[in-house]
Design a protein around this ligand. Structure first.
Ligand SMILES: [Zn+2]
Length: 298
């Protein structure tokens, strides 16, 4: 069911729902049998998962607008209010403080923190807290898809089979992607990936790479001149050919570092926003191609 476009419609809808309850019909969640569940996702990877797992039974809204950088998302009062009407919020606690706050106010009992479903790694030395970039490991994302299916099934038990079947299909696809990444990155000349911010720790961990992040867990954590000098020295020592930057953040720092060490600057997508074309899986395949070139993989 799309969001009500006016307060009047919202009131009508609420009246209709309570009328439905008054006739004694059972309502599971707020989905009626003809309608769809509304799901709000904090940012792209969870929009992707919710849409794939929910299929025709859900209407997914991404709280981060296209082109927006999700870490420092700010929500409009309208978006915060809309969370009060949504059937399920899929978010990563600690990743987007504005979403955490809105969930606490509006949807504490209908929100699923994906980070509770998977093992977490710590951020690099000197940073506080666990690394939330779990979606860059396809196997962890598959675990999250299964958990999202369970959450949706709780909201609409009569549709549980569909949610679980679609989560299984997505898992198969993500496992195939994992196999491709593993095989494609198994034999490479180098394993250091120099990245703009500390987003690729799970990817590096899964495929035997070593991430050297210029900035911290958030792109807003500015790198100190010391850190830049350290990364430049390391890149030169290791014969790094490529400095990676990302679509949603200025490439300036990566480009000047690349010039300094005689490397090129190329996009490696952290999938924090929707890819221009295709989806999570095809964008990760592009990342694989980029990594294989940068690291001279066999
Ligand atoms: Zn990030």
């Amino acid at each position: 069911m799309p969001y009500p476009t006016s307060l009047a419609l919202a009131v009508t809808l609420a009246a209709a729902l309570s009328a439905c309850g008054a006739t004694g019909e059972s309502a599971s969640g707020s989905a009626d049998s003809a309608g769809t569940l509304s799901v709000s996702a904090g940012f792209y990877p969870y929009e992707f998962v919710a849409a794939r797992v929910g299929g025709p039974d859900v209407q997914v809204t991404n709280l981060t607008k296209p082109g927006g950088e999700p870490h420092d998302l700010e929500l409009t009062p309208r978006q915060v209010a809309a969370l009060g009407e949504t059937d399920l919020v899929v978010y990563a606690r600690g990743f987007q403080p504005a979403v955490d706050e809105a969930v606490d106010q509006q949807a504490a009992d209908r929100a699923f923190d994906v980070l509770t479903a998977v093992d977490l790694r710590e951020g690099e030395a000197g940073q506080d807290g666990a690394d939330p970039h779990v979606w860059l490991d396809p196997v962890r994302l598959a675990t999250i898809a299964t958990a999202v299916a369970d959450q949706l099934a709780e909201q609409a038990p009569e549709r549980a089979d569909g949610f679980r079947d679609r989560a299984e299909a997505l898992t198969t696809e993500l496992e195939a992607l994992d196999d491709e990444l593993r095989a494609g990155l198994a034999t490479c000349e180098r394993k250091q990936i120099v990245t703009s911010h500390d987003a690729f720790g799970y990817l590096a961990g899964a495929y035997g790479l070593e991430q050297v992040a210029i900035a911290g867990l958030s792109p807003d954590d500015e790198a100190s001149p010391q850190r830049l000098a350290e990364v430049a020295g390391l890149a030169k020592d290791q014969g790094v050919t490529t400095i990676f930057f990302e679509e949603l953040v200025s490439p300036k720092v990566a480009e000047s570092l690349a010039r300094e060490v005689g490397a090129q600057a190329t996009v490696l997508s952290p999938l924090e926003g929707a890819p221009d074309e295709g989806d999570y899986v095809s964008a990760m395949r592009e990342n694989l191609t980029t990594l294989r070139t940068a690291l001279d993989c066999a």
